[in-house]
Design a protein around this ligand. Structure first.
Ligand SMILES: *[C@@H]1O[C@H](CO)[C@@H](O)[C@H](O)[C@H]1NC(C)=O
Ligand SMILES: *[C@@H]1O[C@H](CO)[C@@H](O)[C@H](O)[C@H]1NC(C)=O
Ligand SMILES: *[C@@H]1O[C@H](CO)[C@@H](O)[C@H](O)[C@H]1NC(C)=O
Ligand SMILES: *[C@@H]1O[C@H](CO)[C@@H](O)[C@H](O)[C@H]1NC(C)=O
Length: 280
């Protein structure tokens, strides 16, 4: 499911009150991103339906066995309904590598209707083989500063109602601090401290993005695309902030390593309790 609505508008000058929406969407207007240069974003994956083979969401490789994506991308789905394409910027050049999901860890406080805690981990049934087109991305810990530019990549950017560009798109977006973001959304509590907000600096109004897709700063994963509103109105998009969910991610990754190291027994139950305890 593509979450971000690609609504196009034109901003007259920098005055967001004077936004003008064109009467209709056209492919030509849904521009603002551009083809990612070769070698960019080797951590990017395409999450696909096992049966349909269709691209549904983005995500990022954070470990040889783990993908991180948005919870709404996998909510209600079973692990064996999903596959992960790695190592390509071109969806039609799919002779690279598919991996298969054997476990989904949806954030336990995910609120589907509010898109809160919209983050999930996918465990793969075999280890990813890294090469120059397939790599993991490290997680960002340092806080961002207003005006920091983030790199957004995804296949959803040219898409409206399901059309997906074959080539991975890239777009630079600007980090918007929490208070400013919440205020831009009328002080809505739908924007919470787990979100990292971004704005398309170009001000051209296209909302680009692909649910679950990675936002990276200085080569480190900062956020995953969650939800957005028409950018042309000057409303920032909300993304799941990786730093905020650091414990959630680390706990599951390390517990999983323990489980794989240990064989069985009481460790399993204990791990599950720990998992609950660390779910935030
Ligand atoms: C990756 O390495 C292969 C050779 O092993 C080379 O042909 C290809 O251009 C490289 N790709 C990038 C993005 O560097
Ligand atoms: C690879 O892509 C081609 C062209 O888009 C498609 O026909 C084929 O089914 C795909 N292969 C897999 C394994 O999805
Ligand atoms: C992983 O899952 C896929 C799809 O179910 C299966 O074909 C493959 O054999 C599995 N690989 C391993 C190592 O279990
Ligand atoms: C949001 O809250 C701030 C600070 O309390 C206030 O100044 C502003 O007017 C509010 N904006 C809206 C749209 O309610």
């Amino acid at each position: 499911m593509l979450l971000l609505l690609l609504l196009i508008g034109a901003v007259t000058g920098e005055v967001f009150d004077e936004v003008v929406y064109p009467p209709q969407f056209t492919m030509e207007r849904i521009v603002g991103g551009e083809d990612a240069p070769a070698g960019m974003a080797p951590y990017q994956i395409s999450l696909q339906g096992m049966k349909s083979g269709q691209h549904s969401c983005g995500g990022a490789i954070i470990d040889e066995r783990w993908i991180v994506t948005a919870a709404h991308c996998i909510h209600g789905k079973s692990a064996n309904a999903l596959r992960v394409l790695t190592g390509t910027q071109d969806l039609q050049q799919n002779d690279t590598k598919y991996y298969y999901v054997d476990r989904i860890v949806e954030h336990c406080n995910y609120e589907p209707r509010k898109y809160r805690n919209d983050i999930a981990l996918l465990h793969l049934n075999e280890s990813i083989v890294f090469d120059n087109a397939t790599q993991l991305v490290e997680l960002q810990h340092e806080p961002l500063a207003a005006g920091d530019m983030l790199l957004l990549t995804g296949w959803g950017t040219l898409s409206l109602g399901g059309e997906v560009p074959a080539k991975l798109q890239r777009l630079e977006v600007e980090y918007v601090p929490f208070e400013q973001c919440r205020e831009a959304h009328g002080n809505s509590t739908n924007v919470d401290i787990g979100h990292v907000c971004t704005y398309n600096d170009k001000g051209r109004g296209a909302c680009h993005g692909d649910s679950g897709g990675p936002l990276v700063h200085n080569g480190k994963l900062v956020a995953l695309v969650n939800w957005g509103m028409p950018c042309a109105r000057g409303k920032p998009d909300a993304n799941a902030g990786i730093a905020y969910y650091h414990d959630f991610i680390r706990t599951h990754l390390s517990l999983s390593q323990q489980e794989e190291a240990e064989v069985e027994g009481e460790g399993g139950a204990e791990s599950k309790d720990m998992r609950r305890a660390h779910c935030n």
